[in-house]
Design a protein around this ligand. Structure first.
Ligand code: ADP
Ligand code: MG
Length: 273
């Protein structure tokens, strides 16, 4: 099962027990501006191995930017982020930080799966080719191993019969399930989802959330940005409410969603529920 992503993920989950309080993701005092616009105004967040963190908050509050900093798709202006004990994008030397060379950043990124709102599949490749591309080219896996793993992953997301289809022949929900299988093919220790169901017709949302729920039950460490409050209530270990570049409150879903401490959280929930 090594090539399916399951072994990496369960090893990560096991880390919770070995490492005790060690976080899989450790975000400390992160600030990020675009020109004069400060988008992240001092973010502190820890995600423990095997846990699901759901991030909610109004449009423009900085949710996507926060996810992108975890993958070093955006560089932080201040603060630091580590994933599985490694500083993201930088190397420490004495009390200075040096940005890693591009090749090493790409290497770090292969260990963090990212699923976007708009699937981002390669349109000219079949479903199977979409999934084996990165394991073969980025991880130098033998092609037949990558193909076997891809078929197992397709089976897991309920699309075993779609291996030879092209993305445009699939529904949005099916495309997003392929995108999840593709992310899993790199055996990530962390999965990031940015509004994975926002682009889908309502009747297709459930099949994608079911796949994400299955990953949660397998102990996959995930950060999920979503407006699906029912999903958050059911699956999240921690719900984080962001507004205007800050984490306003975070805690167990039963607290943040049912008994929010802050007026801004209450106002947001009143709009999305
Ligand atoms: P959310 O995902 O919560 O909707 P984002 O992180 O996408 O919020 O955006 C937060 C703010 O940062 C918004 O005002 C957005 O317009 C701005 N922003 C995001 N990316 C960029 C960028 N590359 N350049 C300039 N402004 C950006
Ligand atoms: Mg966003």
């Amino acid at each position: 099962d090594e090539a399916t992503g399951e072994s990496a993920v369960s090893a990560a989950a096991a880390g919770t027990n070995q490492a005790g309080a060690t976080a899989m993701v450790d975000i400390t005092s992160v600030r990020k501006s675009f020109g004069p616009l400060e988008v992240l105004k001092g973010i502190d967040l820890q995600v423990r191995a095997g846990e699901v963190t759901v991030v909610i908050g109004p449009s423009g509050s900085g949710k996507s930017t926060l996810l992108r900093t975890i993958n070093h798709l955006e560089k932080v202006d201040q603060g630091r982020i580590s994933v599985d004990g490694s500083l993201v994008g930088y190397r420490r030397s004495g009390d200075k930080l040096y940005e890693l060379p591009e090749r090493e950043i790409l290497g770090q990124r292969t260990r963090i799966g990212f699923v976007f709102q708009n699937f981002n599949l390669f349109p000219h490749l079949t479903v199977l080719e979409n999934i084996v591309e990165a394991p073969v080219h980025a991880l130098k896996r033998p092609r037949e191993d990558a193909v076997a793993a891809a078929r197992r992953l397709l089976d897991r997301v309920g699309l075993a019969d779609k291996a030879d289809a092209y993305p445009k022949q699939l529904s949005g929900g099916q495309q997003q399930r392929v995108a999840i299988a593709r992310a899993l093919a790199l055996e990530p220790k962390l999965l990031l989802f940015d509004e994975p169901t926002s682009a889908l017709d309502p009747e297709l949302v459930g099949e994608v959330l079911d796949v994400i729920k299955d990953l949660a039950h397998r102990g996959t460490t995930m950060i999920v940005v979503t407006h699906e409050i029912g999903f958050a209530r059911e699956v999240a270990d921690t719900v984080v409410f962001m507004d205007d570049g800050r984490i306003v409150e975070q805690g167990a879903p039963g607290d943040v969603l049912e008994h929010p401490a802050h007026e801004r959280t209450r106002a947001f929930l009143a709009k999305v529920l």
